[in-house]
Design a binder for this molecule. Structure first.
Ligand SMILES: NC(=O)C1=CN([C@@H]2O[C@H](COP(=O)(O)OP(=O)(O)OC[C@H]3O[C@@H](n4cnc5c(N)ncnc54)[C@H](O)[C@@H]3O)[C@@H](O)[C@H]2O)[C@@H](O)CC1
Ligand SMILES: Nc1ncnc2c1ncn2[C@@H]1O[C@H](COP(=O)(O)OP(=O)(O)O)[C@@H](O)[C@H]1O
Ligand SMILES: [Mg+2]
Length: 286
């Protein structure tokens, strides 16, 4: 298992090209947030916007529209039960994030099937939360795309069939290979299983054990893969590292970290990363 270092941030977060516009930095379509879990998709959307994706659209329950716009006017809204509109938003996306707060009822299931029917091989598809639970429960096939699962240990148990106490690197890697997808197995010292390597995140704090922390990570992975699509595999690793690096910094003066604080800190954090060179690490910037 290879330990991730801040080197991954230097590799991924490079200065933006001068000759660019919002289209240069990718589009993210996020799908989730039922009436009860609207906060989950709003937190994910905030992370995608603050990570620097060019355009972000949130397909969610219509009852979440005002809350989304008041928290995040940068994001566009769509009703997630409008299957034609959602299909066209999926077609347009560089990265799709599906699952945060989606829920697991019949409507959630139909929405998930519509999303999965409309992705293509050229897209990054981040499958989180309820979407993982529904796939496992309903035996839904993996969609087309560069697939990135972001399960916590219970979601991974549901998807892989490996019980939480038995989730060894060897067993996890075998299932990852069958899936042919990237698996970000979230826990204290998150593990990332890719086609050619297993990485471990050596940072992170119990101050992150707060609802919405994983929703925020899913949105960051969506934002990073869209913005840095030419190095999407490394962008996943950078998002995982940045999420906990920012949380550790906030936790120096706070007992817990609120997920939206990580998102709001992202633009400043990413600006600092531009200044990192081979002789300097994050500590140098404190
Ligand atoms: N503000 C919001 O709207 C929130 C919505 N959420 C959404 O709620 C839906 C259900 O997700 P939940 O994860 O809450 O429920 P789940 O039922 O999927 O998972 C929680 C269960 O897994 C167990 N578990 C074992 N190991 C775990 C680990 N390492 N991390 C987390 N749980 C572990 C817990 O004890 C619990 O029984 C998802 O769609 C999620 O995105 C949550 O993110 C919480 C915040
Ligand atoms: N004790 C801990 N140490 C480090 N990271 C943690 C700890 N507890 C939770 N996290 C992180 O918080 C996130 C929780 O994800 P998840 O359970 O999906 O949250 P939610 O669905 O509520 O948004 C993951 O990124 C996980 O690694
Ligand atoms: Mg979650």
């Amino acid at each position: 298992m290879e330990k991730l270092t801040d080197q991954i941030l230097k590799e991924v977060i490079t200065p933006r090209p001068e000759n660019s516009f919002k289209g240069t930095f990718g589009k993210v379509t996020l799908v989730g947030g039922n009436r009860n879990f609207g906060g989950a998709i709003i937190m994910a959307s905030m992370a995608a916007v603050c990570a620097g994706a060019g355009l972000v659209t949130t397909a969610t329950d219509e009852s979440n529209s005002s809350a989304l716009h008041s928290q995040l006017p940068e994001a566009m809204f769509a009703d997630f039960t409008n299957s034609e509109q959602v299909a066209s938003l999926i077609h347009a996306a560089t990265s799709v994030v599906v699952g945060p707060g989606l829920g697991d009822d019949e409507i959630s299931l139909q929405i998930l099937k519509n999303v999965f029917a409309n992705t293509s091989d050229q897209q990054n598809v981040i499958i989180d939360g309820s979407a993982i639970t529904l796939m496992a429960r309903e035996g839904i096939d993996q969609p087309l795309g560069n697939i990135i699962y972001t399960p916590h240990e219970m979601e991974w148990q549901r998807l892989s069939g490996i019980k939480i106490g038995e989730q060894t690197a060897e067993k996890n890697k075998a299932v990852q290979e069958k899936l042919g997808a990237t698996v970000v197995l979230k826990k204290h010292h998150t593990e990332i299983y890719t086609n050619d390597q297993i990485y471990q995140l050596p940072i992170g704090t119990p101050a992150q054990a707060v609802g919405g922390m994983g929703d925020t990570l899913a949105g960051m992975v969506g934002g990073f893969t869209a913005e840095f699509n030419d190095k999407a595999d490394k962008a996943v690793l950078a998002a995982v590292y940045a999420h906990s690096a920012i949380a550790e910094k906030i936790a120096e003066s706070q007992y817990i970290v609120l997920p939206h604080q990580i998102s709001r800190a992202l633009p400043t954090f990413m600006k600092k990363m531009e200044k990192l060179d081979d002789d300097h690490h994050i500590g140098f910037l404190n």
